[in-house]
Design a protein around this ligand. Structure first.
Ligand code: FAD
Length: 501
């Protein structure tokens, strides 16, 4: 008997617990969704299943030195809970904020930790999801039934990061580590460290370890955009001096940030060359005119095609200026015993190589989904606004924004789910499923995101696994908070795109 068969056999012998709503994941989305559910539909029973030993999701998994947000916490924080610290926060600060939300709203008792969901099967006979999970501590199978599945499992695999395979990695005599699985026992003192990558993780890790190791080199194939600024928001500081209530400060500062981000995004599209010049000049201002900013910090793509990492207080660039950190822009030919041989012929000596090379995309939590006994391939479905999927009943996925804080969408999607659940009750419906309307049948079906618009590596590597998008606003995740903040609350729940039963 294989593991899955055993799990199913065992779980079928034990009564499944039932909840109106089952939330997958206790990250910032799962906790936020649970909050909204308790506020908007207090009569619904619900449970949160989380495979890890605690809450936090991304902020629990990542433990590398310096781990911090790259968006501000006024907008990465929930709309209902003021953020009172500096805008860029450490993972500890984010977890403590989430902990307060849980304590203030009695959410902890609803969470079952160390419960990894392996299988979700929809039955149209009962209008229920049957959820089969495994307790990660004991291996015990547990099962649940739920009317509605609220997927807050994020978008990447928490158990491993993405490490490309380069020739001769096994010959390297030092240690290779991925930031997602940062080892507790790693000794950096006196070591030569090479960090492969140029994204937010590399930009965070490098200044955090530069003071400890002998030298740290950022090895990048091509440059990335960065924004430099103070880790403070002047308006928040002024309002605080004026003793304005934190609730008001949170709301005012959120509005200011969102207004400025909208203006910045528009400028990126309207005058990309000017924005590029401004971003790069911030770096030149720190590194000085003699530094080769053209080679190391001038990307080939338009600003905003990939997320722009924020460098608070210019710490990455100050590390480079001090000589404790440096940047090499080149390609890896192969690993050697003592380091990395580059395509240019240079060799980079290393005791430790950190592969800050990104995530492994994971569509819907690596859960085996089936609908009435038929295995479900999400790549065959079409998404309704990046939240629901054609042919998948009673299920919503919280997939946030890349160009704005993820959590802005957690709040919006939660309002939608609560409105939808209330509407179903009103109609006496046990099932809702997104379906293409007659006018949508000839619509071209495209990849989940438009690579011309946004093209991070982990998405491009696995786009075929993600649901399809249409060419109308209803059938895509627009990644546009500024449009969705008005569109999502205005969705007509009696539109023919929703079929009730
Ligand atoms: C290092 C890093 C920094 C980031 N910084 C920012 C930022 O500053 N701003 C921003 O907007 N975004 C940022 N992001 C993106 C970030 O992932 C999201 O913003 C947000 O934290 C995602 O929250 P989530 O709750 O949706 O998912 P996650 O944080 O991924 O949490 C999902 C949870 O679901 C659980 N889970 C998954 N599958 C299963 C299963 N089968 N059974 C049970 N449990 C399961 C996981 O264990 C996890 O705890 C960052 C990402 C990373 C990796």
């Amino acid at each position: 008997m294989n593991v899955m068969t055993a799990v199913r056999a065992a779980s079928s012998s034990k009564a499944a617990e039932h909840f109106d709503v089952l939330i997958v994941g206790a990250g910032i989305s799962g906790i936020g969704s649970a909050y909204h559910l308790t506020q908007q539909l207090p009569d619904k029973s619900f449970v949160i299943l989380e495979s890890q030993e605690s809450f936090g999701g991304t902020w629990l998994t990542h433990k590398y030195p310096g781990i911090r947000s790259d968006s501000d916490l006024h907008t990465f924080g929930y709309r209902f809970k003021p953020w009172v610290g500096p805008p860029i926060a450490t993972s500890e600060e984010i977890k403590s904020y989430m902990g307060e939300v849980m304590a203030e709203n009695g959410l902890g008792k609803h969470i079952r930790y160390k419960h990894r969901i392996e299988r979700a099967s929809w039955s149209s006979a009962t209008n229920l999801w049957i959820i089969e999970a495994v307790r990660t501590d004991s291996g015990e199978p547990v099962s649940f039934t739920a009317n509605f599945l609220w997927m807050c499992q994020g978008y990447y695999r928490h158990s491993q990061g993405y490490t490309p395979q380069w020739p001769d990695m096994d010959r390297f005599e030092g240690r290779i580590v991925h930031p997602q699985l940062w080892p507790e026992d790693i000794e950096l003192a006196g070591k030569k460290v090479v960090v492969i990558g140029s994204g937010a993780t590399a930009a965070t890790l490098i200044p955090a370890i530069a003071g400890e190791c002998a030298h740290v080199t950022m090895l990048q194939r091509s440059p990335t955009y960065f924004r430099v600024g103070r880790n403070a928001i002047e308006l928040a500081e002024t309002l605080r001096q004026l003793q304005v209530k934190e609730e008001w400060i949170h709301e005012i500062v959120r509005r200011k940030i969102l207004f400025e981000q909208d203006a910045f995004t528009r400028r990126c599209l309207a005058e990309p060359e000017q924005v590029k010049k401004e971003l790069i000049s911030q770096i030149t201002a720190v590194l000085g005119p003699d530094y080769d900013v053209e080679k190391h910090f001038t990307p080939k793509y338009r600003p905003w095609r990939q997320r722009i990492a924020f460098v608070p207080d210019a710490d990455l660039f100050l590390g480079i200026k001090s000589g404790r950190a440096s940047v090499v822009t080149d390609e890896i030919d192969r690993f050697t015993e003592k380091g990395i041989l580059l395509k240019s012929g240079d060799e980079l000596p290393a005791d430790i190589v950190v592969t800050a090379t990104g995530f492994d995309l994971c569509v819907l939590g690596d859960i085996d989904f089936s609908i009435d006994g038929k295995p479900l391939n999400f790549g065959d479905t079409v998404t309704y606004r990046g939240m629901m999927f054609t042919g998948v009943p009673n299920m919503v996925w919280v997939f946030g924004y890349f160009r704005a804080s993820w959590t802005l969408r957690t709040d919006l999607v939660a309002d939608f789910v609560c409105r939808m659940l209330a509407h179903m009750k009103e109609k006496g419906a046990g099932k809702v499923v997104a379906a293409l309307r007659p006018e949508d049948h000839n619509m071209p079906l495209l990849s989940w995101i438009d690579p011309e618009n946004f093209n991070p590596g982990y998405m491009m590597r696995n786009m075929n696994l993600l649901p399809k998008r249409g060419d109308k606003p209803e059938w895509q995740h627009s990644q546009d908070y500024w449009a969705e903040k008005d569109e999502i609350p205005a969705i007509d729940l009696d539109d023919a795109a929703f079929v009730y039963d």
